[in-house]
Design a protein around this ligand. Structure first.
Ligand code: C2O
Ligand code: CU
Length: 477
């Protein structure tokens, strides 16, 4: 099934136990499917500066996909062919990168590498098949910190036809932030001293699906299935709800090997998590979801809690939910028998004129030599930093498995594309470059860091095809 018409898939509105319009306070717009073929999803997304209401009663001119902030949720089924026409009506060049989706290299959205920049007034078409179910997102790869900070992001959900039926009423929660003055005018994306960029610019207004602390009308006892996406340019989120637990059963690359239950949910920039959350509270009471500070390095804990959303219990008696279906998935460990280990240090260098340059192994992106890999090869990347801040490390094109974070194996096996690298620690990942040769980016997803140079590429070459993965736009002609 290519995707239904807007409104029939999200919101759990079909025979829902939730109060009517329970998610109306934060429901995302859905991208419309213009293709009659059930296995093809085709849509047009216009990127433009538009007016949206973020602060109550004020219109803010921000950047939008499809006129809404966030952009429309793209919702497709695993195996579908997806055709997206990007129309650029922005005053500057842009592209779309489908974060986490294992696309062919030519569709990866990196300007000057996999495609030309899409100039103002131009249209560019992305056409690919989605191989994996899971929660992904899309965003530009030009001046990323500024353009994402201005509002260019959207959810990209790939459903699995074999998914067990009732994990709960589904909700996509796209977390972000934006910098506005009290008149609702966007602030300079590079504002502040360079130290601000070293920390990463965080917007002064936290948003859930573009709304400030939205309300969700829920029935106590009825479980919800959240797809949480962190689309902020540098903010980490750590969610809590007093007396409640999150059952995290899927991450960047779909289901994990087994669910993990915990009282808080950390979602680093660009990361995704799927959780089952069941509110238990008295009828008509409020259950706030709060963002608490997460220690990502110097200064990050001296901050206040942020309201994320306010769950209001209906006046119905608590619902007694059916048992949750099993959520296990078998994930084979990587074969490391011939894996080489590649040390990657995420670095900051103070130049002679006092400015900060960031890079990988001391070299900024503009001067870097790409790493190399041969198709079929598995590598272990051992990632650390010389900075006083943690880094959400992201690799394009491939999922990886985390072997250890600061020497400790993760609590469950899973496929990821974004992982945290802690201050003074080391994160080890295993990447199997199994298919789709090409030039693939990797970078810090604190987008200020990426823009300051903390980014490089890996050239995955196919020994049987000497032209493979030359990566440059010329290879496509
Ligand atoms: Cu969200 Cu280069 O990535
Ligand atoms: Cu970083």
């Amino acid at each position: 099934m290519g995707c239904g018409s807007p409104g029939d898939e999200t919101g759990g509105t079909r025979g829902s136990i939730q109060p009517p319009h329970w998610d109306a306070g934060l429901r995302l717009a859905l991208a419309q499917d213009d293709s009659p073929d059930p296995h093809i999803f085709e849509t047009t997304i216009v990127a433009a500066a538009s007016q949206v209401e973020i602060l109550p009663g004020l219109l803010s001119e921000v950047y939008t996909y499809g006129g809404t902030l966030p952009g429309p949720e793209i919702r497709v089924t695993r195996g579908d062919r997806v055709i997206i026409h990007l129309v650029n009506q922005l005053p500057e060049a842009t592209t779309i990168h489908f974060h986490g989706v294992r696309v062919p290299n030519a569709v990866d959205g990196v300007p000057g590498l996999t495609q030309p920049e899409v100039l103002p007034g131009e249209t560019y078409t992305y056409d690919f098949v989605v191989p994996d179910a899971g929660t992904f997102w899309y965003h530009p790869h030009v001046r990323s910190a500024a353009q994402v900070g201005f509002g260019l992001y959207g959810a990209f959900v790939v459903t699995d036809p074999d998914e067990p039926a009732d994990l709960g009423d589904e909700l996509t929660l796209l977390l972000s932030d934006i910098s506005l003055d009290d008149q609702g005018v966007l602030l300079d994306p590079d504002m502040g001293p360079q130290l601000t960029a070293a920390f990463g610019h965080e917007g002064n207004i936290v948003l859930v699906n573009g709304k400030i602390n939205p309300t969700l009308d829920v029935r106590s006892g009825r479980r919800q299935h959240w797809r949480v996406i962190n689309a902020a340019r540098s903010r980490y989120f750590q969610l809590t709800a007093q007396g409640h637990q999150f059952m995290r059963f899927a991450g960047d690359g779909g289901r994990t090997e087994r669910p993990i239950v915990s009282p808080s949910l950390v979602i680093i920039p660009a990361e995704r998590a799927e959780v089952v959350f069941t509110p238990h509270a008295d009828p008509s009471s409020h259950l706030p979801v709060i963002g608490i500070p997460y220690d990502r390095g110097f200064g990050s804990l001296v901050r206040d809690d942020v309201p994320i959303m306010d769950m209001v219990m209906s006046d119905q008696s608590p619902y007694l939910d059916a048992a949750l279906p099993a959520l296990d998935r078998n994930i084979e460990p990587p074969d490391l028998s011939s894996a080489v280990e590649v040390p990657l240090e995420l670095t900051q260098t103070i130049l002679e004129d006092g400015t900060i340059e960031m890079g990988v192994n001391g070299v900024p992106h503009t001067a870097a030599t790409p790493l190399t890999a041969t198709l079929g090869e598995t590598q272990i990347w051992a990632i650390s930093t010389n900075m006083d801040f943690a880094h959400p490390f992201h690799l394009h094109g491939y999922f990886f498995q985390v072997l250890s974070v600061d020497g400790v194996a993760p609590p469950t096996r899973e496929w990821k594309d974004t992982v945290d690298v802690h201050v003074g620690g080391e994160t080890k990942i295993a990447v199997h470059f199994d298919e789709r040769p090409g030039m693939w980016m990797f970078h810090c997803h604190i987008l200020d860091h990426a823009d300051l140079g903390m980014m490089n590429m890996v050239h995955v070459s196919d020994p049987n095809d000497p032209l493979s993965g030359s990566g440059g736009a010329e290879h496509q002609h």
